[in-house]
Write a protein that binds this ligand. Structure first.
Ligand SMILES: Cc1cc2nc3c(=O)[nH]c(=O)nc-3n(C[C@H](O)[C@H](O)[C@H](O)COP(=O)(O)OP(=O)(O)OC[C@H]3O[C@@H](n4cnc5c(N)ncnc54)[C@H](O)[C@@H]3O)c2cc1C
Length: 397
């Protein structure tokens, strides 16, 4: 009968889990990582802004670097002059695994019990792991963290295209198109003859099915004259407007901890930023009850201001999701034309409520009149989800 005892059991084998494992081992704790081990590294082709990775454990995995990114809409092109990088998913995973001494239990966790003074993790293979603390980092459908299901999702279909693309920096979004439920192209150069291309929904309640994404992607590439072998290798469905998870006795991290940005679907910057404070809270509460430790860990990643900011961003994302194609494009153009510090603050991880509210006000002022009217109508029809976080009357979404 397999029965392992450890200081900390970390569920999941994605970047969030491994970043926490690294932090915990640095603090001298024994760690068991519980989850399926994938030989080829992480699945997604990660991109993020350069300043978000500098000085973090994943900095050595940067494999592409550009001075900025472009966004095309029918209204024109916005150049965001903020350095952007691509991570090599294989070396990112190898980097993290290579620094870990953790026991690895290569199995899916099925549940976690809290028994008086310790957690017991159960796996699909019938193993049990006893631990003083547990972290759930099992991604978008967590094992032990409760979340309400999202209504709106981001759907994407990613592929590697072998073609001379001529792209000298990433396309964060090519939003040009005609479909009423819009999708955009994200394109990240891999080298002169290969480019990662992804047809993506912004955030949508009724996204086009995956087959439709693929045909849109192929049609778009043909229009652009990018022809060559296309290998579809990423399908992603990110729940976007579920609000924050229930802050229960098993603390969650990464996507499981609600760290996915409600407007962009990005998460890695938040995980890199917050693994330290999250595990520091675990360490500081080592001798306290599991319930108190869990609350301290949740608070480390979700202080009140960040919870309120998240509620506002979720409100904004739902508003944009429900717009038609041309209004989404107009909204994007107005938003991205705001001064850089406002855009960065809004799109970055864990923004404060003040900076998010400030950016939203500026964005409102910059919108065309008919969109200002839509925002006002929505805010007046259902004021609670907007007013409560603004006034600090409700912490979570
Ligand atoms: C295709 C795709 C592309 C993305 N691109 C970006 C990007 O470019 N930049 C960015 O910032 N964000 C991106 N994201 C969003 C987000 O950063 C990623 O989803 C990120 O991988 C989340 O990290 P995570 O470790 O929390 O979860 P995941 O990476 O999803 O890892 C979860 C881990 O838990 C394991 N697991 C699942 N169930 C169990 C179980 N029952 N027991 C044990 N283990 C389990 C999984 O096997 C996996 O190893 C992308 C997401 C997707 C899906």
């Amino acid at each position: 009968m397999f029965n392992l005892e450890t200081d900390i059991a970390i569920l999941g084998t994605g970047p969030a889990a491994l970043l926490c494992a690294l932090e915990a081992e640095r603090r001298g704790r024994s760690v068991a990582v519980v989850g399926p081990v994938r030989p080829g590294g992480f699945v997604p082709t990660y991109g993020l802004f350069h300043d978000q990775v500098v000085g973090t454990p994943l900095a050595p995995a940067v494999s592409g670097h550009w001075d900025g990114v472009d966004v095309h809409t029918d209204e024109g092109t916005v150049a965001l002059e903020r350095a952007y990088v691509r991570l090599d998913s294989t070396s990112a995973a190898a980097l993290l695994w290579g620094q870990l001494a953790a026991r690895v239990v290569d199995a899916f966790a099925t549940g976690v019990d809290l028994q008086t003074d310790r957690y017991v993790v159960h796996t699909r293979a019938g193993q049990t792991i006893q631990a003083h603390r547990v972290i759930d980092a099992t991604g978008h459908q967590p094992v032990a963290v409760e979340r309400v299901p999202a209504r709106r999702v981001q759907l994407a279909l990613g592929a590697t295209l072998e073609a001379r693309h001529g792209l000298d920096r990433p396309l964060l979004m090519d939003f040009r198109g005609e479909d009423e439920v819009p999708t955009f192209l994200y394109a990240l150069p891999l080298d002169a003859d290969r480019v990662f291309v992804e047809e993506t929904t912004l955030i949508s309640e009724h996204p086009p099915p995956s087959a439709e994404l693929e045909s849109r992607l192929r049609a778009r590439l043909a229009r652009m004259g990018w022809t060559g072998p296309l290998l579809v290798n990423e399908r992603c469905r990110i729940p976007m407007d579920a609000g924050l998870p229930d802050f229960g006795v098993v603390p969650g991290f990464g996507a499981a901890g609600g760290l996915v940005h409600p407007a962009t679907g990005y998460q890695l910057a938040a995980a890199l930023n917050l693994a330290g404070p999250f595990v520091a809270a675990l360490d500081a509460t080592w001798d306290q009850s599991a319930e108190d430790a869990a609350q301290a860990m949740w608070t480390a990643i979700w202080p009140t201001s960040a919870r309120r900011a998240h509620a506002l961003q979720t409100w904004g994302a739902r508003f944009v999701a429900d717009l038609g194609r041309s209004d989404q494009a107009a909204f994007l153009s107005s938003f991205l034309a705001l001064p850089r510090r406002h855009v960065d603050a809004y799109l970055g991880p864990q923004a404060s409520v003040g900076s998010v509210a400030g950016t939203m006000l500026r964005a409102f002022a910059a919108l065309p009149f008919h969109l200002q009217r839509s925002v006002t109508r929505r805010a007046l029809t259902r004021p609670t989800p907007l007013v409560r976080p603004l006034l600090g009357l409700q912490e979570a979404t």
